[in-house]
Design a protein around this ligand. Structure first.
Ligand code: S3P
Length: 172
């Protein structure tokens, strides 16, 4: 394993709105490798948006595509931003557990709700109270995120730049 200068291919996990994509892009630039958003990868392959996929094949159909996508891209030289629900499948959790580093970007549910409320591109919360949905998701997913993560970044009041800095410190 001596190809490439950077051999650290971080995967970012966490609930919707936690900054996986925005911090992932900055991190990728910092590491000098490609940024890949798993949702974008799925959308490109399917030729449909996330809401369209949910409408046509339901959440389980989306999870099938997500699992297939994760299998295809995990381990390639990228910073990977996953979708918040990637930990729902045991198969995905096993893949993530076997990969390092997996980083959980953890923020307060109130902060996340404020970021995603009214976002029509997220079918799980569209037209619903985001905080209520996030509370339900957190109850199920926090044990899974804990199980998959090598590092938990508690963002607290940290902005994007500070969060990036903390992740880089961890990776050093
Ligand atoms: C989902 C999160 C979304 C997307 C889909 C389902 C989830 O990704 O995969 O809407 O189950 O939490 P983001 O976490 O990037 O919003």
């Amino acid at each position: 394993a001596e190809e490439g200068i950077c051999q650290i291919y971080p995967v970012l996990i966490g609930l919707m709105g936690c900054g996986k994509s925005s911090i992932g892009k900055l991190l990728a630039a910092e590491l000098g490798i490609t940024f890949l958003d798993l949702d974008h990868y799925i959308v490109e392959k399917a030729g449909r948006t996330i809401p369209e996929i949910f409408a046509e094949v339901g959440e389980e159909g989306f999870r099938d595509l997500e699992t297939k996508a994760l299998r295809e891209v995990l381990g390639t030289p990228v910073v990977l931003a996953s979708g918040g629900g990637v930990v729902m499948r045991a198969e995905n959790r096993a893949m993530l557990a076997a990969h390092a580093p997996v980083i959980w970007l953890k923020s307060s549910l109130h902060f996340l709700a404020g970021r995603i409320q009214g976002d029509e591109n997220r079918p799980l919360t569209a037209g619903r109270d985001a905080l209520t949905v996030l509370q339900q998701l957190a109850e199920i997913r926090y044990p899974y995120y804990t199980q998959c993560a090598d590092y938990i970044l508690h963002r607290g009041e940290m902005n994007k730049a500070q969060s990036l800095h903390a992740v880089i410190e961890y990776l050093r």
